[in-house]
Design a protein around this ligand. Structure first.
Ligand code: GAR
Length: 222
């Protein structure tokens, strides 16, 4: 099948970007990462992209007079790259409604909790403070509401008695690296369909559907 053109937005070390690079390069996910864009020139993910020969760009919000102007320029970059799908992978900015709606159904984000629990920042600290027995990660379609939007894939991670935020972050990241390629795969193969507030995943077998649940497929009928 034709490779779908994907742009990845990052702000940091880019380990999720690396998982997406590995999954697309190996042919497991029928997509090609055509551009990596960072809002921070120091983002480690830029080197990961460059090592693989993926074109990169840095676009810094404070070089623009308003958030709107920044997002228009970012949007132009993505369209110039002829991206069809945008993956936010540790991109630590909230995008405005105009930008998000322009990519509706084609923009994904990964968040290190089981949304709708623990949106926002310092997730692992708050999970530990709350005494949660499990946590995880979520890949979802981006909507104008922050850390919300129909969920494609979630991965569950147990919280252990001697966990620190750093230990938990590391174990959640491992699951993120499996969840994001899987979610992108569902999207590029046209198997994920938004119905109302949730995503329904169509199986290859005609007439059957599955609702994706913590990295496991749970059959829902018919
Ligand atoms: C990941 O844990 C991702 O879930 C989180 O930032 C980290 C980026 O790591 N994203 C958010 O918190 C967005 N709300 P990475 O740069 O190594 O992929």
């Amino acid at each position: 099948m034709a490779l779908r053109r994907v742009a990845v937005l990052i702000s940091g070390s880019g380990t999720n970007l690396q998982a997406l690079i590995d999954a697309t390069r190996s042919g497991r996910v029928p997509a090609r990462i055509v551009r990596v864009v960072s809002d921070r020139p120091t983002a480690g993910g830029l080197a990961r992209a460059a090592r693989t020969g993926i074109p990169t760009a840095v676009i810094r919000p404070h070089d623009f007079e308003s958030r709107g102007a920044f997002e228009e320029a970012l949007d132009r970059l993505l369209r110039e790259a002829e991206a069809e799908i945008v993956c936010l992978a540790g991109f630590m900015r909230v995008l405005g409604r105009a930008m998000v709606e322009g990519w509706a159904g084609r923009m994904l984000n990964i968040h290190p909790s089981l949304l709708p629990a623990f949106p926002g920042l310092e997730v692992h600290e708050r999970v530990l403070e709350a005494g949660m027995p499990v946590t995880g990660c979520t890949v979802h379609f981006v909507t104008a509401e922050v850390d919300a939007g129909p969920v494609l894939v979630q991965g569950v991670v147990p919280v252990l008695p001697d966990d620190t935020p750093e230990r938990l972050r590391a174990r959640v990241l491992e699951v993120e690296h499996r969840a994001y390629p899987r979610a992108l795969d569902l999207l590029v193969r046209g198997r994920a369909v938004v119905e109302g507030e949730r995503v329904v995943v169509r199986d290859e077998r005609p007439g059957e559907r599955l609702l994706l649940h913590p990295l496991l497929a749970r059959w829902t009928g018919p």
